[in-house]
Design a protein around this ligand. Structure first.
Ligand code: IPM
Ligand code: MG
Length: 372
C-alpha cells in the first residue's frame, strides 16, 4: 500500500517521540513491502517562531493532501504563564482538528499485565481494564464563542452542541461497543447543563438502532471517581470534548504512565494520530520521553488503513519492550539508561526479527546491540 503521511512533530518532546514513530512505520513498510512517504510540517510554538502563526496555511494544505497525519505534541510553558498571549501553540492543534474535521477522537485505555505495578492504584482494581474513550473533538466549549469584556473583568466561553455533532460520534461509539462488550457509557452533566441533556436525548434516540448495546449514563463528577475505583466496569465511554480531555488524562493513572496513551482522531475525509500527552517541555531533548504513545498512535494509523497484521506486529513489539523493561525512566525501575531512541530501536529491531523471541533475544539485545 502507498501512503502519504504528513508528520507534524510540534513542540517539546514532540519531535523526539515522533521520530520513533516514523522509525517504526518505516520498519513496517520495509517488512510488509509498503511505500510510506513522510512530509513534515510546522505547528505550534515551532510554527509561531518561524511564521508567527501556530498553524501556517502550508501545514493545513500538507495535511489535506496527505492520507493521514501523524502528530507529536504541542505547547510551550512560555505561553502557559502569559494569560495575555494572543497567539498560542494550542491554536495549532485545535486549528488542525477543525480544519480537517476530526470530530471523533478515540483513546484506548488498556492496563498491561506487565505494568500493573507501575500504577499507583491497586493491581486487583485495575487488572484487565480495557476501555475505549470516544471524545468529541471539534465542538463544545473548546470551539464556542469566547468573550472578554473591555474592562477585562468578565469572560465567557460558550459551550454549544448541535444534534449532528452528537449523532456522528455516537454512531461510531455504538458501533465500537457492538464489536466489544456491548456496553456504552454516556458521560455528561445532564443534571446541570442543557448541552448534556441534548446529548442524552440524541443518544437515547440512536440507541434504538443498536438494541444489542447496553446504554448507561454517568455524571462526569461521578465518572471521575468510578474510572479510578472500578475501571473494569467500562467498555466504551462516549463524552463531549472537555470531559473527554480530562477523563482520558485521568485514565493514564490506570495504565501507569501518560506516555503510553495513544489516540486516533477521525473525520469524514481525514484522520490524524497523536499521543494524548502534551509537550512536556522540561523533558525536551533529554532522551527521557516515552515514545510508546506515539508508536501506538502509529499502530492506530495502520488499523485505520486495515493493515491489521502490521498493527498487530507493532503492538507485539511494544508488548515485548514492556515485558523486557526496554522502557524510558517513567516506567523503568530495572535499567536506568534506556532512552527514547533506544526504545524505538528495540521496537524497530523486533519488527525486523520478530521470530527471535527467545531468551537469547533478550540477551543479545540487552547485551550487545544498540539497546544498552
Ligand atoms: C489533548 C490536549 C489538547 C486538548 C491541548 C494541548 C489543546 O490536552 O489532546 O488532550 O485539550 O485537547
Ligand atoms: Mg488533554
Amino acid at each position: 500500500m502507498k501512503l502519504k503521511i504528513a508528520v507534524l512533530p510540534g513542540d517539546g518532546i514532540g519531535p523526539e517521540v515522533i521520530s520513533e514513530a516514523v522509525k517504526v512505520l518505516k520498519a513496517i513498510a520495509l517488512a510488509f513491502e509498503h511505500t510510506f512517504t513522510f512530509q513534515y510540517g510546522l505547528v505550534g510554538a515551532a510554527a509561531i517562531d518561524a511564521t508567527k502563526s501556530a498553524l501556517p496555511e502550508a501545514t493545513i494544505n500538507l495535511c489535506k493532501k496527505a492520507d493521514a497525519v501523524l502528530f507529536g505534541a504541542i505547547g510551550d510553558t512560555a505561553y502557559d504563564i502569559d494569560p495575555n498571549a494572543k497567539i498560542r501553540p494550542e491554536q495549532g492543534l485545535l486549528g488542525i482538528r477543525k480544519a480537517l474535521g476530526l470530530h471523533t477522537n478515540i483513546r484506548p485505555v488498556i492496563a498491561y499485565d506487565d505494568l500493573l505495578n507501575k500504577s499507583s492504584l491497586k493491581v486487583k482494581q485495575i487488572k484487565d481494564t480495557n476501555i475505549l474513550i470516544y471524545r468529541e473533538l471539534t465542538g463544545g466549549i473548546y470551539f464556542g464563542e469566547r468573550k472578554l469584556s473591555k474592562d477585562g473583568n468578565t469572560a465567557s466561553d460558550l459551550c454549544e452542541y448541535h444534534r449532528f455533532e452528537i449523532e456522528r460520534i455516537a454512531h461510531a461509539a455504538f458501533k465500537a461497543a457492538q464489536s466489544r462488550k456491548r456496553k456504552l457509557m454516556l458521560v455528561d452533566k445532564a443534571n446541570v447543563l442543557e448541552t448534556s441533556r441534548l446529548w442524552r436525548r440524541v443518544v437515547q434516540e440512536l440507541a434504538k438502532q443498536y438494541p444489542n448495546v447496553k446504554l448507561d449514563y454517568m455524571f462526569i463528577d461521578n465518572a471521575a471517581v468510578e474510572l479510578i475505583m472500578n475501571p473494569r466496569q467500562f467498555d466504551v465511554i462516549l463524552t463531549e470534548n472537555m470531559f473527554g480531555d480530562i477523563l482520558s488524562e485521568e485514565a493514564s493513572v490506570i495504565v501507569g504512565s501518560i506516555g503510553l496513551l495513544a489516540s486516533a482522531s477521525r473525520g469524514d475525509k481525514h484522520a490524524m494520530f497523536e499521543p494524548i500527552h502534551g509537550a512536556f517541555s522540561k523533558a525536551k531533548n533529554k532522551g527521557i520521553a516515552n515514545p510508546i504513545a506515539s508508536i501506538l498512535s502509529a499502530a492506530m494509523l495502520l488499523d485505520h488503513f486495515d493493515l491489521a497484521d502490521e498493527a498487530a506486529l507493532v503492538r507485539e513489539a511494544v508488548d515485548k519492550s514492556l515485558k523486557l523493561h526496554i522502557t524510558t525512566p517513567d516506567l523503568n525501575t530495572k535499567y536506568d539508561n534506556i532512552s527514547t531512541s533506544k526504545v524505538g530501536d528495540f521496537i524497530e529491531d523486533f519488527i525486523n526479527n520478530p521470530e527471535e523471541t527467545n531468551l537469547n533475544f533478550t540477551n543479545i539485545h540487552l547485551g550487545q546491540s544498540t539497546i544498552i
